[in-house]
Structures are given as structure tokens and as C-alpha cells.
Design a protein around this ligand. Structure first.
Ligand code: SAH
Ligand code: SF4
Ligand code: F3S
Length: 459
């Protein structure tokens, strides 16, 4: 029985931690989160478990007695950077042997990385995969009581459903509706590190969203690698419709949609929605049918563009954003030009572009004709330039309009300037509004750039 072991481990760690607190050294936790929103959601579970075990939050990792690295494996660069950050804690561990270091997330689900962490990072106490984060109390308990280092590459999935959650944002929240991915796009590591698709029961999702709305959360993002293939006792459009019917002042977002599963029923739900954001993130990856086929995306440009047309017919103001990979193995100049042409035809509001990064164990990493790095970066630069121009042109007509914006707080670069997001998810900077943080305000847009809008609060 998993849960008996879980509860018992939580109780033992808590007991030890309380004794430490009584002696004037209260234990604390710090979590470094990398990667996507799924990892951010997992970190809220890791933090929830840590709180249940009596850890309080450390303001700085230097002061922490437990440090967790929630890692991402999507690109080589992300892994290298994370490994060097993990390495930078070696000294702290030498100075304080009771410090516990745990590596969680997608990197620790790669067998060769677990091996590497085991052999070359002796100061790492344990690893947990995304499917086994529920073993955190047992891993800590084992180490605190003098047990060996623990690595869980093959542990059976633990139930994620009832883990404690420490929500870190007051007015925005995310809700996982499914875990894993079945699509095996040939470049992608996610199905290997996150496992097969598992959808949560709709009743649990609805209950969670209802509770968030009741507690005043204004912006709720439904998460899954391919939300369109959600299936429990209902499919995704039916779930979305049920959630949209919850009474309250809130906005529903969802990501990510896979084009092969975007249905007419989904477009119909969007057409009539009261709370769903007027934005759709629909990863294109490439504008060339030949490349899409080698990526195993299972749609072509004709199908992709018919979805875009249906979305714009349902709501002419809808913002559409996308992901693109440049330099996929075998991408010719013609394939690349086809991607640029698609960007000019479709005119996305914004695009996240990535240079293809070979991931060990995926089919694309074995393909012949890997594109040379210099060609990849030249293609990337030109694509970003052309898309920035399109984004700027898409934003220009918003000047003079008044848009609803959810206020996040002071902007990163200037405390006198506040930032927030429009209903369609666009970043807006405006005059300071400390009292409005976490609430919707109306902003008159005065200037539009490629990546942000600027305006003032409409009184
Ligand atoms: N499940 C989502 C996104 C997953 S990862 C989807 O299907 O779209 C987010 C983005 O990272 C992907 O859309 C893709 O553009 C990019 N990506 C994934 N693997 C990559 C790789 N090996 N190299 C470069 N970019 C990659
Ligand atoms: Fe990766 Fe494709 Fe699954 Fe997205 S749909 S997570 S790109 S395999
Ligand atoms: Fe997300 Fe990175 Fe894992 S993008 S699913 S944290 S590999």
C-alpha cells in the first residue's frame, strides 16, 4: 500500500524536523524549477509535501537544509546549464553534510543521467522522476536515518492525485488535467521521461477548478502535453464546456493543443465560451509537409491551416501563437523557406522558436543529415527577425483600444511600471497600480511593440 508508507514517512521526517526546530535550527526547503508549466505544477506538489514534513521556506538556497532541483530535459542546453547549477552546490554540501540535495523532474527520468548523477555527483542524495515525486518523503526519511543514496529510475508510478499542493501564486493557478504523452514526435524526449498519457477523472478536475474560482483565483490554466486527447468519462471539449459553466469572475486557459486532435467540437465550445481566453496555442513545428512527416506530427499544412481558419471564423480577434523548430535533420533550404512562408501566411501573434537539439534515445537523433550548427543559427536569426515584424504588425491595431488586463505587479526591469496580461495573454506594461494586483483593470493601449503593449489605466 503506497499511502501507508507515504504517511508513515511524512510523520517520521516531521518528527525529526520538529526536534531540530525546538533546538533552534528549523529546517527549510528551497526548490529550483526549470522547464515548463508542468514542472512548475510539480514543484507546487514537492513544496506541499515538504511543508507537510515540517520544512519552512528558505529565502535563499544558501540557508536551506533541503534543496530540490526540478529539472527539464527538452534541449541539451537546458540540461548542461542545470548540471552546472547542481555542481555549484558541491561546496555547500561539503560544509554542511546534513544538507539534502534531490534531483527531480525530467532529467532524472533519463537512465544515462541517473547513472551520471550516481557516479559523478556523489553529493546528490536522491533522484525522483516526474511519475514518482510521491516518493519524496520516503527518500528523505531514508537519507535522514543514514540510509544509502536513492535513485528511482524504475519505481512504479506513485499516485499524484492526493498529494498536498502548496500554491505559489495568488491570482493565477494551473491545474494538470493529464500527465504524459503518447505522440512520440521524433525529436521529443517528453514521452520517454513523462510516460504514457493518463487523464485525471473529470470530477476531480471540476472540483479543483471550482475551489480555485471560489477562493478568488482569476486565471486558471489547464495543463497537459496534448490536452486535446484528454479522455476520461468525457472528452476535452465536454470538460472545457463544463468548466466554462462555473459561475465567477475568472479566465480559463489551456495548453498544449496538438493540431492532429483539434476538433470541430472544440471550436464550437470556444465560439460560445464565457470564460475561455481568446487565444489558442497551436504548435506548428515546421511549414514543410515532408519535415512534419519525419517529425511524426501526423498532420500536414492543409489540415493545420484549416484549423486556424475555423478558429478565426469562430472569433476573428483570437490570438494564435505557435512553436517552431529550425534545423530539424534533413531540413533543406526549401523546407525552411516553406516554414517562413507559412509564418507570413498564417501571421501568428507570436512564435516560440527553437533550434533543434538531438535528444539521446529519440529517432531524430539517429537520422542522417543533421543540419550544421552555423546553418541552424542563421535560420533561427532570420526567422526571429521576420516573426518579430509580423508580431509588431499584429499588435499595431490594438493601439487606441481599451483591453481588460489581469495585473501581476511591478515589471521586472522597473518597479514604477506594472505589468499584466490581456485576456488573450499579451504582455502589457502600464502605470503603477499597487492596489490592483491580482485584479482585472482596463488599460488604454498607447503603443505596441512586437513583444509587449504599453498603456495607461482607464479610470
Ligand atoms: N506538448 C507540446 C510541447 C512540448 S515541448 C506540443 O506538442 O507542442 C515545447 C516545445 O519544445 C515543442 O513544441 C517544440 O517546439 C520544442 N521542442 C521539443 N523537443 C525539442 C528538441 N529536441 N529540440 C528543439 N526543440 C524542441
Ligand atoms: Fe513532445 Fe510531441 Fe508529445 Fe508534444 S506532442 S510532448 S512535442 S512528443
Ligand atoms: Fe516540461 Fe522540460 Fe519536462 S519542457 S515536460 S520540464 S522535459
Amino acid at each position: 500500500m503506497h499511502y501507508e508508507a507515504f504517511d508513515a514517512a511524512v510523520a517520521r521526517v516531521r518528527e525529526r524536523n520538529l526536534r531540530l526546530a525546538e533546538r533552534g535550527t528549523p529546517p527549510s526547503v528551497y526548490i529550483l524549477t526549470f522547464g515548463c508549466q508542468q514542472n512548475e505544477a510539480d514543484s507546487e506538489r514537492l513544496l506541499g509535501m515538504a511543508h507537510a514534513m515540517g520544512y519552512h521556506d528558505a529565502a535563499d538556497p544558501k540557508d536551506a537544509s533541503l534543496i530540490l532541483f526540478n529539472t527539464c530535459a527538452i534541449r541539451e542546453h537546458a540540461e548542461k546549464r542545470t548540471l552546472s547549477i547542481i555542481g555549484s552546490f558541491k561546496k555547500q554540501k561539503e560544509e554542511n553534510p546534513s544538507l539534502l540535495l534531490g534531483v527531480c523532474g525530467c532529467m532524472s527520468a533519463e537512465e544515462h543521467r541517473t547513472d551520471e548523477l550516481r557516479r559523478r555527483y556523489p553529493y546528490v542524495d536522491f533522484t525522483l522522476t516526474p511519475a514518482t515525486i510521491g516518493l519524496l518523503p520516503e527518500a528523505i526519511d531514508a537519507r535522514q536515518s543514514g540510509g544509502r543514496r536513492r535513485f528511482y529510475p524504475d519505481a512504479p508510478d506513485t499516485v499524484l492525485e492526493e498529494l498536498p499542493v502548496a500554491r505559489t501564486g495568488a491570482h493565477r493557478a494551473s491545474v494538470s488535467i493529464m500527465y504524459g504523452c503518447n505522440n512520440f514526435c521524433t525529436y521529443c524526449i517528453v514521452p520517454y521521461v513523462r510516460g504514457r498519457e493518463r487523464s485525471r477523472p473529470s470530477a476531480d478536475v471540476i472540483k479543483e477548478v471550482r475551489a480555485l474560482v471560489a477562493s478568488g483565483v482569476k486565471d486558471i490554466t489547464l495543463l497537459g502535453q496534448n490536452v486535446n486527447s484528454y479522455r476520461s468519462d468525457m472528452d476535452f471539449p465536454t470538460l472545457l464546456k463544463a468548466l466554462d459553466e462555473i459561475e465567477g469572475d475568472y479566465l480559463l486557459r489551456f495548453m498544449t493543443s496538438h493540431p492532429k486532435d483539434a476538433s470541430d467540437a472544440l471550436v464550437e465550445v470556444l465560439r460560445k465560451a464565457k470564460h475561455i481566453e481568446p487565444h489558442f496555442h497551436l504548435p506548428l513545428q515546421s511549414g514543410s509537409d515532408a519535415v512534419l512527416s519525419r517529425m511524426n506530427r501526423r498532420y500536414g499544412m492543409a489540415r493545420y491551416e484549416s484549423i486556424v481558419a475555423a478558429l478565426r471564423e469562430a472569433n476573428p480577434d483570437i490570438a494564435i501563437t505557435s512553436d517552431v523548430i529550425v534545423g530539424f535533420p534533413g531540413e533543406t533550404d526549401e523546407d525552411y523557406e516553406a516554414t517562413l512562408a507559412a509564418l507570413h501566411r498564417i501571421r501568428f501573434d507570436s512564435v516560440y522558436a527553437f533550434i533543434y537539439s538531438p535528444r539521446r534515445g529519440t529517432p531524430a537523433a539517429e537520422m542522417a543529415e543533421q543540419v550544421p550548427p552555423a546553418v541552424q543559427s542563421a535560420r533561427m536569426t532570420r526567422l526571429l527577425d521576420e516573426q518579430a515584424e509580423i508580431s509588431r504588425e499584429k499588435n499595431k491595431p490594438l493601439v487606441g483600444k481599451t483591453l481588460r488586463v489581469l495585473v501581476d505587479g511591478p515589471s521586472k526591469s522597473d518597479a514604477a511600471v506594472y505589468s499584466g496580461r490581456t485576456d488573450a495573454g499579451k504582455l502589457v506594461h502600464f502605470d503603477a497600480a499597487p492596489d490592483a494586483v491580482g485584479n482585472f483593470v482596463f488599460i488604454e493601449i498607447e503603443r505596441a511593440e512586437a513583444f509587449a503593449l504599453y498603456g495607461k489605466i482607464k479610470k
